[in-house]
Design a binder for this molecule. Sequence first.
Ligand code: CND
Ligand code: ZN
Ligand code: ZN
Length: 374
Amino acid sequence: MSTAGKAIKCKAAVLWGVKQPFSIEEVEVAPPKAGEVRIKILATGICRTDDHPVSGAMTTKFPVIVGHEAAGIVESIGEGVTTVKPGDKVIPLFLPQCGKCSSCINPNGNLCVKADVTGKGVLSDGTTRFTCKGKPVYHFMNTSTFSEYTVVEESSVAKIDAAAPPEKVCLIGCGFSTGYGAAVKTAQVTPGSTCAVFGLGGVGLSVIMGCKAAGASRIIGIDLNKDKFDKAKSVGATECINPKDYTKPINEVLSEMTNNSVGYTFEVVGRLETMIDALASCHMSYGTSVVVGAPPSSKMLTYDPMLLFTGRTWKGCVFGGWKSKDDIPKLVSDFISKKFDLDQLITHVLPFNKVKEGFELLYKGESIRSVLLM
Ligand code: CND
Ligand code: ZN
Ligand code: ZN
């Protein structure tokens, strides 16, 4: 029996407040309104950004359904939707692409005005499509993939190759693309260069994969957890260091290690201190540093402007600089034609109801990416 046009009751991981545990609840998912798409989620990865509403690092309205790195199948569409149809395999886009705003029109922009950067938690008409125990439940980053069904706007969904394995390509919805794009698109790492990557989680390892694909000859991984080093080397790091093993500032350590030749640095942790360390670590004249880690809400940083005056370039990127709706289908095709490997990033595969265990693995530093199967 078709579910189109009707509310669907299904399981979702609901967060009722800051520092509360994920609670698997029965939620009601309303049918898509005009311009919206209801998706049956098949697989969703756990990214550090999903923890930010839990820790309070990111402002969100509660109750909320987080999750933003997924793959699924279109269940039904609202009036006027033309770019996807029921049965299509898709990736929800936490960074939408409306195609009309100034970022979407400019070839170098990707931060679409439809992106929910302030945590509004509602769709364009100002309401939510989820209810639990009679209360509205808010959306997260236009995606809310920790649910068996979700509703997104047409600008927040990309059709992908029907042959793509959802339990792997879900990573193209955030972690892989964010890191890989930061290297190949935002920094435009050059062949033969030296790169340093701060933070060796799923996103940092994807930066390393991008640096390697761009032909960097030295890629130095930096993390406080040395258990991350083997994986970093297997995806392309040429060496790894732990700042705790040195008394000198890390920028001096890197400068000595490389005869002062670090062309590109990437902050993939999300801490103010490492953002400055990464900036200071790239070459004073020709270096480029990219902020990839999500900055904590309402925090400011102070830095010595001499770091920029001398010639460094300081950049940031959301979703690796990709234009989501255009580029995700291409990245999926590249994965299918084996241009890169996602298996190395997936350390755990768990059933959806083990979402809490998935986050425990992240907190303990034991996982790179855990993928939840619905
Ligand atoms: P994850 O938590 O898996 O990795 C972070 C790594 O940093 C861990 O290995 C830590 O041990 C390490 N670390 C912690 N503190 C330090 C430190 N002081 N120095 C060096 N290493 C340290 O996170 P992830 O890989 O899923 O995500 C990384 C960041 O990227 C995080 O801030 C997340 O919110 C952000 C992000 C950004 C975007 C974007 O579009 N720009 C998209 N998704 C995630
Ligand atoms: Zn736009
Ligand atoms: Zn993410």
